[in-house]
Design a protein around this ligand. Structure first.
Ligand SMILES: O=C(O)CCC(=O)C(=O)O
Ligand SMILES: [Fe+2]
Length: 711
């Protein structure tokens, strides 16, 4: 009834054998034969009478054999398939119909009934799949019969025929494993006598076979009640067999056809065959030149949340100063060497994992290579590609946006993964350790489908850095799951490494992450609730910066270090003035003006509008600075008006813990806010009514961040 049969190698061949004869013998696996013959004799009589069903058996050829048939990217090959077929045909009864197809890159969109019907409608004895592109010998083009409509060239990846005709067809074959099967069949086909005597035709309009190479644009998914087919829009046909030949593979179509994912059921198999978890050993590598912050972040994640579960996490920190490829390869190697290592999990710098069950979920899916879907907030950037273009680069698949935005959830076979993935260690060892280590220079292309990789290799890029594991690419499919949300992809292209706390500057690039880290945890709560009043009229306060936010700003300023008293001649001040010079550093001096303005717009303006209904501010603010009070430096600020419509005054550290004294006193009301809480902003009108002073700091150091907003 359609379905997908996959084997982890390139050279597995699958033969369907529809039994449409009157024979009562069932060709099957030996150990079942006796039992099946009895059962089938009875069943077949009943079925034939009432239902007229077809009987099938299938044989996988070449499974476990070494493939000597070459590699289509380098030279024509595939002769091994003909050798296998020729041998297999010897034992088949003459009245059978045999379907001979490649295996791991093939999906069935429908079953044998439809296939046989279509075969019989051709009125030929052997039908080959057709291709758009001629291969391997384009000089033979003229010899091909012309067709009015449809594909003209023969593809050997799929054909169907009666046993005697197939036998005749391969009788002359004496080729070697690495000779071209396609050339052999082509020569038979273009020979008019042979074509006639064997009675061969091509499935020009893809009624049975759809080869995808050179034809991707012709095929769309057709969703019908509870099932999915491929539709060839060029010929308006519904092919039964879809073959991702050449570099195309079947990732996209295979994710749906015939019932893998439907609108009615969602993903049908995603929760089946889950691997139970027990005592697993997982190797992890975090790859990249992390800022100290990010390393801490990741360490925190694993140590606090998973410290006891995952004993063998090894973080290679920035002090080792290695690049991400080296780090990843170190990890690969460590896992391969350690016989207990069952899975290898690789995470690059830009990935922020938030789902504590990530490893569990990935392991349960029991796939050779699987990644959690990680997206960049508000963008369509992810850690996977939905499709590959013909030349092996990125192509957007029809469903990419739906998957990224989780309108379709499931476990998706994709041609390209990067930045974060989990690989079964057995795959690493068995498939990869042998010899096929490819390496190439494109930093992002760390784990790609082999055809992609081979393209890269063949176009001769510099290949020093990143190991590509060829066999993984050969037949091991890669998956990405969006069954859950896992985390975010940080944007790093504008990540500057010039500051002490570079993450502070990420408010534009990575706003979600920035907010989570630097904005006070109660900010949104306060926004919803009533503003908190202070004892002083028209003075409010609210939490705005997190403790980390305060600390980072102070540390950034101390790191910059150029504290100075300003005044009206201060060249740092443009478009405003400080009535009372303070010992301070301005945001402009550390290049934080744009970012600070964004903080005011995003987190202060909404509060202001709540406080003064109808007052909308653009938060124009030329004066944003951090003031430092010390008993022996600048202990206080004498009474003054601010040159502002309103002032934001954020406490960056804590009274009693960090300093004694301090606070802000409003002289007209003879009232003060004496112990502003760390991370909280004091907000007050700047002129006339709110004549104020900074109270004396008697011990320690007090820091505040001040903004004069006007208007
Ligand atoms: O010390 C305080 O809280 C007041 C600071 C202040 O008024 C200013 O910087 O303009
Ligand atoms: Fe002031």
């Amino acid at each position: 009834d359609g379905g997908c049969l996959r084997f982890n190698s390139d050279y597995v061949l699958l033969t369907w054998q529809p039994l449409i004869s009157t024979s009562d013998k069932y060709q099957s696996l030996d150990w079942k034969q006796a039992f099946l013959e009895t059962v089938l004799t009875i069943c077949s009589l009943l079925w034939r009478m009432w239902l007229q069903l077809f009987y099938l058996s299938w044989k996988v050829l070449g499974n476990g054999d070494t493939w000597n048939g070459g590699d289509y990217m380098t030279a024509p090959g595939g002769g091994q398939k003909v050798n296998l077929l020729k041998a297999a045909l010897q034992n088949m009864e003459e009245d059978k119909v045999v379907l001979f197809i490649d295996s791991y890159d093939v999906v069935f969109a429908s079953g044998p009934k439809e296939l046989l019907k279509k075969f019989q409608q051709t009125n030929h004895k052997v039908v080959f799949s057709a291709e758009t592109l001629i291969w391997p010998d384009r000089h033979l083009e003229d010899k091909y019969p012309h067709v009015r409509e449809g594909k003209r060239f023969l593809g050997s990846g799929g054909f169907i025929g009666y046993v005697p005709n197939l036998k005749e067809m391969v009788s002359d074959w004496s080729g070697k494993d690495n000779d071209s099967d396609q050339l052999f069949f082509t020569k038979i086909y273009i020979n008019p006598e042979k074509r006639k005597s064997i009675n061969i035709t091509l499935d020009n309009k893809c009624r049975m076979f759809q080869n995808l190479y050179g034809s991707l644009d012709e095929v769309v998914l057709k969703f019908e009640d509870g099932r999915v087919r491929a539709r060839n829009v060029l010929y308006d046909t519904l092919p039964v067999i879809v073959h991702g030949n050449g570099p195309t593979k079947i990732n996209y179509l295979g994710n749906y056809i015939p019932k893998v994912w439907t609108f009615e059921t969602g993903c049908s198999g995603c929760l089946e065959d889950l691997r139970p978890l027990s005592g697993l050993k997982v190797g992890c590598s975090f790859n990249g030149k992390y800022s100290g912050d990010t390393v801490m972040y990741i360490e925190e994640y694993f140590e606090s949340d998973h410290g006891t579960d995952y004993l063998d996490v090894k973080v290679i920190g920035p002090e080792e100063n290695i690049d991400r490829e080296t780090s990843r390869n170190l990890g690969f190697e460590m896992c391969r060497q350690d016989k207990d290592c069952e899975y290898f999990f690789s995470v690059d710098i830009e990935v922020v994992l938030k789902n504590k069950d990530t490893l569990k979920i990935l392991i349960e899916q029991n796939e050779p290579v699987i990644a959690p879907m990680i997206t960049r907030e508000g963008r369509l950037w992810t850690n996977f590609w939905g499709a590959l273009s013909a030349d092996g680069y990125y192509a957007r698949s029809e469903d990419y946006v739906d998957i990224v935005q989780r309108r379709r959830v499931g476990v998706w076979n994709v041609p390209y993964l990067t930045k974060v993935y989990m690989v079964k260690a057995s795959v690493l060892r068995e498939e990869l350790s042998a010899n096929d280590l490819f390496s190439f220079g494109n930093m992002d292309m760390d784990m790609a489908f082999c055809h992609n990789v081979r393209n890269k290799v063949s176009i001769g890029k510099p290949f020093e850095k990143c190991f590509i594991l060829n066999s993984v690419c050969q037949g091991v499919f890669m998956y990405v799951t969006n069954m859950h949300t896992f985390g975010r992809l940080l944007s790093t292209e504008n990540y500057q490494m010039t500051h002490l706390h570079n993450d502070l500057w990420q408010i534009f690039e990575n706003p979600m992450d920035w907010e989570e880290r630097y904005i006070h945890e109660n900010y949104t709560k306060i926004m919803r609730d009533k503003l908190i009043e202070t004892p002083c009229p028209d003075v409010y306060w609210f939490p705005i910066l997190s403790v980390t936010g305060c600390d980072h700003i102070v540390e950034e300023m101390e790191n910059f270090g150029q504290w100075s008293g300003g005044g009206n001649t201060d060249t740092r001040i443009q478009g405003g003035y400080e009535n009372v010079p303070t010992i301070d550093i301005h945001m402009t001096q550390i290049n934080y003006q744009k970012e600070w303005h964004k903080i005011l717009l995003d987190y202060v303006a909404p509060i202001t509008e709540k406080m003064y209904p109808g007052y909308y501010t653009k938060c124009t603010s030329h004066l944003n600075f951090v003031v430092r009070y010390k008993p022996d430096e600048q202990p206080l600020l004498t009474p003054h008006h601010d040159a502002s419509t309103f002032t934001i005054n954020i406490a960056l550290n804590s009274k009693d813990t960090d300093y004694q004294g301090g606070g802000c006193r409003f002289l007209r009301y003879n009232c003060s806010v004496e112990a502003p809480r760390k991370g909280w902003a004091l907000m007050h009108p700047g002129r006339l009514t709110h004549y104020h002073e900074g109270l004396r700091v008697t011990a320690g150091t007090r820091y505040i961040a001040v903004s004069f907003v006007d208007p």
